[in-house]
Design a protein around this ligand. Structure first.
Ligand SMILES: Cc1ncc(COP(=O)(O)O)c(C=O)c1O
Length: 394
């Protein structure tokens, strides 16, 4: 029966039995708990957690509360290490490079505070970063007297070469750190990190990445991206319980990035990390199982497929411009539009209150609205949104 899977193995069995792709995505969609009438297209802000993960999370809460001390400090806490191992595999990292956090902001703060910066050192970033990946640098820069240099990003990026030229032109002998989002929260641009790493490695500059918008939307491989650190949130595209995240620090730079909370090692529970919610962390592991049951590459392809379909409609529409790059290598499941007229907040409000589409107010300067396409969305959501938006703009 559609949507009845209580755990991931049942879900997997259901998927194995579907006759075609159409039924496959219907089964996936049926695992989500959104109320009728709500079309959630804002995974970039907060994801939706599917039934098998919610069930596991609530069961685990009951289990841990049945014997609080033995559960939290005894053998069950070792199960968290299994989640860390899954997380390492999910990012393409090793266990000794992967830590569990509560969100991207925590990971970015830990990285920024863990680097020994000096007065006059430069931190190169962009003016399109989210506060979760930029406030940390403001704090550190103020404390040590370092400088933040922000690359003014174009609203529309045409090519990876354009980004590379920009980054290269802002690097100076004083640059110690480059800090970029993997996927822009503003335009959905996927930064060409592997290419950027050619520039940073040659200058011995640390390449720090805010990956809040990527794992679970793209098939992330930190090794291939050649970044030095990578912080992400699992409660967005990874569909994990709220308050879960991942942090990767490349082995070879662990003497240069030394977060305080990792002083006693990368383990899920250490003297320097303190007590964690076992139930939440184990459910985070189930969310990764859920992705694997579908296939990470298949998830990424589906997010993009729906975004491409939406773009096809919106490119034909008058009264707006799509800001997300046209180059497929530079985008994933986010599409940002800039409205020619009207007020983006008002349009977004009408789309939510009158039509049930949950979208995100974009950057005010661009009069923008951001749309996320995830695996629980479908062709009908995309077609209805385009049609409704056309009507609202008209
Ligand atoms: C690029 C980016 N970085 C960081 C964050 C902050 O995420 P969290 O609140 O999960 O730490 C967000 C949230 O939208 C984001 O888009």
């Amino acid at each position: 029966m559609l949507g009845s899977a209580r755990d991931v193995s049942e879900f997997q069995e259901t998927l194995a039995a579907v006759p075609d792709d159409d039924q496959f995505w219907k089964e996936v969609r049926a695992q989500f708990l959104m109320r009728p009438g709500l079309t959630h297209m804002n995974s970039a802000t907060i994801g939706a957690t599917p039934r098998p993960v919610v069930s596991a999370h609530t069961d685990l809460l009951w289990e841990t509360e049945s014997d609080p001390q033995n559960q939290v400090f005894g053998a069950p806490s070792q199960r968290m290490e299994g989640v860390r191992a899954k997380a390492a595999a999910f990012l393409g990292a090793t266990l000794e490079e992967t830590a569990l956090t509560q969100n991207t902001t925590e990971g970015m703060n830990a990285v920024a505070q863990g680097i020994d910066l000096r007065p006059g050192d430069e931190i190169l970033t962009t003016d399109h970063e989210h506060p979760g990946g930029s406030v940390c640098w403001e704090h550190v820069a103020r404390r040590v007297g370092a400088e933040i240099v922000r690359i003014p990003m174009p609203a529309q990026v045409d090519s990876a070469a354009q980004v590379l030229d920009l980054v290269a032109s802002y690097l100076t002998p004083k640059t110690r750190v480059c800090s970029f989002s993997h996927v822009s929260t503003i335009t959905g641009l996927v930064m060409p990190l592997a290419d950027i790493s050619e520039l940073t490695k040659a200058r011995d500059v640390l390449l720090v990445c805010d990956g809040a918008q990527a794992p679970g939307m793209l098939d992330v491989d930190v090794r291939a991206l050649r970044v030095d650190s990578y912080a992400s949130s699992s409660h967005k595209w990874m569909l994990a319980p709220k308050g879960t995240g991942l942090l990767y620090i490349r082995k070879d730079v662990q003497d240069r990035i030394r977060p305080m909370f990792l002083e006693s090692g990368f383990g899920a529970y250490t003297a320097s990390s303190g007590t964690r919610s076992i139930a939440t962390i184990l459910a985070h592991g189930v969310a990764m199982d859920f992705h694997d049951a579908i296939g990470r590459a298949k998830v990424a392809a589906r997010c993009s497929e729906l975004r491409v379909r939406l773009r096809g409609h919106l490119d034909e529409m008058e009264g707006l411009t799509v800001l997300t790059p046209r180059d497929e290598a530079l985008c994933g499941g986010i599409l940002t539009i800039s409205l020619d007229g009207g007020d983006y907040r008002e349009v977004r409000r009408v789309l939510l209150e009158d039509h049930g589409f949950m979208l995100k107010n974009g950057k005010a300067e661009y009069n923008a609205i951001r749309i996320s396409t995830h695996i629980f969305n479908n062709e009908d959501d995309v077609d209805r949104l385009a049609e409704t938006l056309g009507g609202v703009l008209a």
